[in-house]
Write a protein that binds this ligand. Structure first.
Ligand SMILES: NC(=O)c1ccc[n+]([C@@H]2O[C@H](COP(=O)([O-])OP(=O)(O)OC[C@H]3O[C@@H](n4cnc5c(N)ncnc54)[C@H](O)[C@@H]3O)[C@@H](O)[C@H]2O)c1
Length: 270
């Protein structure tokens, strides 16, 4: 169902890899709500070709950009403003990658070059996206920028290794840059902390099925799906949330507020 929440708005959506990606759902919902968008992803991800289907469906131009490259990001904003006919109203950062996780390195045996890469791709890229746009004055008054996070920024999840630090940094960047952008032109910067979701990045974490099921049974509303996450992100891009900024917003079915659930008590035995 469409409410016309993003009518007349221009947006950039990163991170749509395949139809399971959270960013894929956000792009579809943004289009449905009346926005015009460009899509971006790392040049490597383009080779899979899936994003072309989404671009066709959303009538969106694809502008490849490695989110760790300032030069690529400059081209992304330049190309997006040209394609969309003006400054950008909303940006989605939906980017995460850890080689330590991919290679199953335990927390006590992390490769530090990979650790730095995780921070660069998954967190510093958010600062780069914000700073490049700031310097180019590419974001419209009362714009909205959202990045996706996970509760491992606040709590320990053994298999999430260096991504826990990346998410903590990501959330901190939203607070620091949210202040700067608020003063600059009323643009909000927030992170959405999403439930475990069955995507390529999500299922790549060892033990994913266990913490997906655990979160499902801990959350009074159950896990939030990628479609539900997209709905929430759309409200943050809309004019209905103009005074929400510098926040880490849990979109997790209540998981973050629960100590223990009846389901888990029953599983453990009385
Ligand atoms: N899936 C989950 O359980 C879950 C839960 C909470 C938060 N998140 C976060 O949601 C975001 C999106 O992940 P997803 O679950 O949709 O998985 P996904 O694998 O579909 O998306 C991750 C994206 O990051 C892109 N990417 C990687 N390196 C890049 C680079 N250098 N430059 C540009 N793009 C790059 C990938 O190509 C991919 O499109 C991530 O930040 C992830 O940490 C996911």
């Amino acid at each position: 169902m469409s409410y016309g929440l993003l009518k007349g708005k221009r947006g950039i959506i990163s991170g749509a890899l395949d139809a399971n990606s959270i960013a894929w759902k956000v792009a579809q919902r943004a289009k449905e709500e009346g926005a015009i968008i460009t899509l971006t992803n790392a040049p490597l991800a383009m080779r899979m070709g899936e994003i072309n289907k989404l671009a066709e469906e959303c009538e969106a131009k694809i502008i490849p950009a490695d989110a760790t490259s300032v030069e690529d990001l400059e081209k992304l904003y330049e190309g997006s403003m040209e394609a969309l006919g003006g400054k950008i109203d909303f940006v989605l950062h939906s980017i995460g990658m850890s080689t330590n996780i991919r290679k199953n390195r335990p927390y006590g045996d992390l490769n530090y070059e990979w650790f730095l890469k995780s921070l660069d791709v998954s967190a510093l890229s958010f600062h780069k996206m914000l700073q490049v746009a700031d310097k180019m004055d590419a974001i419209n008054n009362n714009g909205s920028v959202v990045a996706l996070s996970y509760i491992a920024a606040q709590r320990s999840f053994p298999d999430y290794t260096d991504m826990a630090q990346a998410k903590a940094m990501l959330e901190s960047i939203a607070r620091s840059y949210g202040y700067v952008y608020g003063k600059k032109n009323g643009t909000r910067v927030n992170t959405v902390s999403q439930s475990p979701t069955k995507t390529s990045a999500g299922t790549g974490i060892s033990g994913f099925n266990a913490f997906y099921e655990y979160a499902e049974q801990m959350s009074p509303l159950g896990n939030a799906s990628a479609d539900e996450c997209a709905d929430y992100v759309i409200t943050l891009f809309s004019d209905l949330t103009k005074k929400v900024t510098m926040q880490n917003l849990f979109h997790d079915g209540g998981f973050s507020g629960v100590g223990i659930s009846e389901e888990i008590v029953n599983k453990m035995g009385q």
